[in-house]
Design a protein around this ligand. Sequence first.
Ligand SMILES: Cc1cc2nc3c(=O)[nH]c(=O)nc-3n(C[C@H](O)[C@H](O)[C@H](O)COP(=O)(O)OP(=O)(O)OC[C@H]3O[C@@H](n4cnc5c(N)ncnc54)[C@H](O)[C@@H]3O)c2cc1C
Length: 394
Amino acid sequence: MNNKRINVLIAGGGFGGLYTALYLSKFSWVQSGKCQITLVEPKDNFLFSPLLYEILTDELQRWEIAPNYQKLLLGHKIQWLQDRVTGIDIEQRQGFLATNSYLSYDYLVIALGRKTKFANIPGLEQNALTFRSITDAEILKEKLQIFKASTKLKTSIAVIGAGANGVELACKVYDKLLGEAEIYLIDRGQEILKNFGKGVNKVAKKALAKRNIQLLLSTEVKEVTAHSITLKQNHTINEYATDLVLWTGGTETIDLIHNLPCQRDDFGKLLTRPTLQLIDYPEIIALGDVADVRNNKTTPVPTTAQAAYQQASCAAKNLQAILQNKRPKSFYYLHLGDMLTLGKGEAIISSFGINLSGKIAGFLRRLIYIQRLPTMRHRLQVFKNLIFGKKNKP
Ligand SMILES: Cc1cc2nc3c(=O)[nH]c(=O)nc-3n(C[C@H](O)[C@H](O)[C@H](O)COP(=O)(O)OP(=O)(O)OC[C@H]3O[C@@H](n4cnc5c(N)ncnc54)[C@H](O)[C@@H]3O)c2cc1C
């Protein structure tokens, strides 16, 4: 290896990108300046999305789940560029930025996540709210506060999609409105929480029933307007008045990824080797929601924060191995379990055959997630807030 400084460019500062950068920054090559890490992320704040629901009910504050990158990266050998990657020239090893500049790299980490996919339903994109970002959460919270203050007897809210996002959102929205709402959870499938075990499903159904949340399964949404939703059930089509429609229906690959000359799966995800390296470009690592990690020996890797978090550690170790001319290792996904928030202060935790639900699970879930927050300093601040109830930003 010559003395030229090695540039590692990390595109995207979510679970995959930020945690890879943090792991890498501890390595001696980075500490000694032989290797420069540049993280390109357009947003001001990282988002710890599993705790986004708690913003609605004031269980957590914005700074706790969406810490600012500048503060977060203080003292870490990571250069954060608040910019957007607009393209990648894989042959020239350059990443293009929205500010009309470019960055050359020796190694590239692609961790750009996915974006909301709107189904082809008339009026959906124009009239439904999504729940994926801190801005989404704040807009929804404001709307709910208006509903709460209004003199209308009952607000009607339709949540489309009975996956984890829809179930968790429906329960939290109900609790935020202190029961003063009729909530409909709509899905065209026959079951809620398709990818979860029976235990989780049963507890989630109980939580929905306790809140009188109407489950409309095998139901197709045909149209959404500013004040109504049209549903097809058993060959019958009906229009219902609604005050708010929330869409949790799915995600898709961002355009930039479609434009890369790389192998992708049917969902547009980048196909990687078991080591997370792209099949034709070993100098590029892809992880998180953007990647389809092919490793036949393990369970398929889900598009979750849990998987991206585990991949980040593997990505950093493999980059270090490559820099030291060692063989990178295959990623092995270990499913540690599932955790869902089911209303204010409550949750279900399912791990290695053990299910725990209710308030204790709610508290434990919070503790587990605090331990997963990026950087020790941030973890301690959030933990202090949980224990001592110090409500203001540190
Ligand atoms: C509300 C919600 C709740 C969730 N709950 C859970 C849960 O309980 N458990 C769980 O395991 N998973 C959960 N997930 C899924 C989890 O958030 C994702 O799987 C995880 O964030 C994937 O990490 P990632 O790094 O691939 O993508 P992300 O975390 O989405 O990060 C991608 C980053 O790339 C940035 N970016 C995008 N385009 C560009 C560009 N052109 N240039 C530069 N940067 C760019 C984005 O701003 C973003 O910061 C939840 C998701 C949501 C939305």
